[in-house]
Design a protein around this ligand. Structure first.
Ligand code: TYD
Length: 240
């Protein structure tokens, strides 16, 4: 498996070796990923990195169309778990091919709001699809591209639901958000499990802490992992 870090090489299907660095922000709904991404992108740009802030699902035009299907409450029969897994994988395949790999090849730092671990947590643990199959699907979709660092913003699902300002099941929630507390608890446990299995590639942060404290710890951890910046302070590209 390849990783998008300083020493990363890519799978044969995946194009040229990555020169940049891929950071994935993971965690439950309402864990503050968007805020952390914004703060991190600003800091990285200040340090002279080309920064691409992006997300799944919906980091490309094709992905935005898939996002509609994936997150809108289903009008008819519920989306089958395997169909859901395939659509997230399709979004990811397009995202990696169109946005992530080209940016890494230019030497950019890519910060993605969700990546493979979201599928392992939501479709694997949440929907109870076989973990090895969901993993293989994502590996195929990405050509084996693994983040240099995955940050798990860990928060108790009940606290996160409160932060979003609504209780599970209320109107206005997307299809996944509206799932039960038991579902979101399985999702949380899976993120923590994945981190525990490969601690060198993960950073778990307590997302119940104030956003600036979380960001401080993230910067501290990430700084020594980053490639040498290629220029003066830059603008941030890309958050859809
Ligand atoms: P989004 O509005 O982007 O929420 P968040 O701010 O929490 O990231 O919605 C993404 C939803 O899609 C979220 O509930 C998690 C879910 N998801 C999966 O179930 N599988 C996946 O592979 C991905 C990328 C997201």
């Amino acid at each position: 498996m390849s990783s998008a870090g300083p020493a990363g090489t890519d799978a044969p299907a995946g194009g040229p070796p990555a020169a940049g660095f891929l950071v994935a922000l993971e965690g439950g709904d309402g864990s503050g990923k968007t805020t952390q991404q914004r703060l991190l992108a600003g800091w990285l740009a200040q340090r002279g990195h080309e920064v691409v802030a992006t997300r799944e699902p919906g980091g490309t035009a094709t992905g935005l169309a898939l996002r509609q299907v994936l997150l809108a409450p289903a009008p008819g029969a519920a989306l089958a778990p395997r169909a859901e897994a395939l659509l997230f994988a399709a979004d990811r395949a397009q995202h990696v091919a169109e946005v992530v790999r080209p940016a890494l090849a230019r030497g950019a730092v890519v910060v993605t709001d969700r990546y493979v671990d979201s599928s392992l947590a939501y479709q694997g643990a949440g929907r109870a699809l076989p973990a090895a199959e969901v993993e293989e699907l994502s590996r195929w979709a990405t050509g084996g591209l693994v983040p240099g660092l995955t940050v798990v913003l860990d928060v108790d699902p009940a606290t996160a639901a409160g932060r979003r300002g609504r209780d599970a099941g209320r109107p206005g929630e997307d299809r996944l958000e509206a799932e039960s507390l038991a579902f979101h608890t399985r999702v949380r446990e899976q993120f923590l499990d994945l981190a525990a299995r490969a601690p060198a590639r993960y950073l778990v942060l307590d997302a119940a802490r104030p956003a600036d404290a979380v960001q401080h710890r993230l910067r501290e951890h990430l700084a020594p992992l980053l490639p040498v910046p290629s220029g003066p302070a830059r603008a941030v590209a890309g958050r859809p």
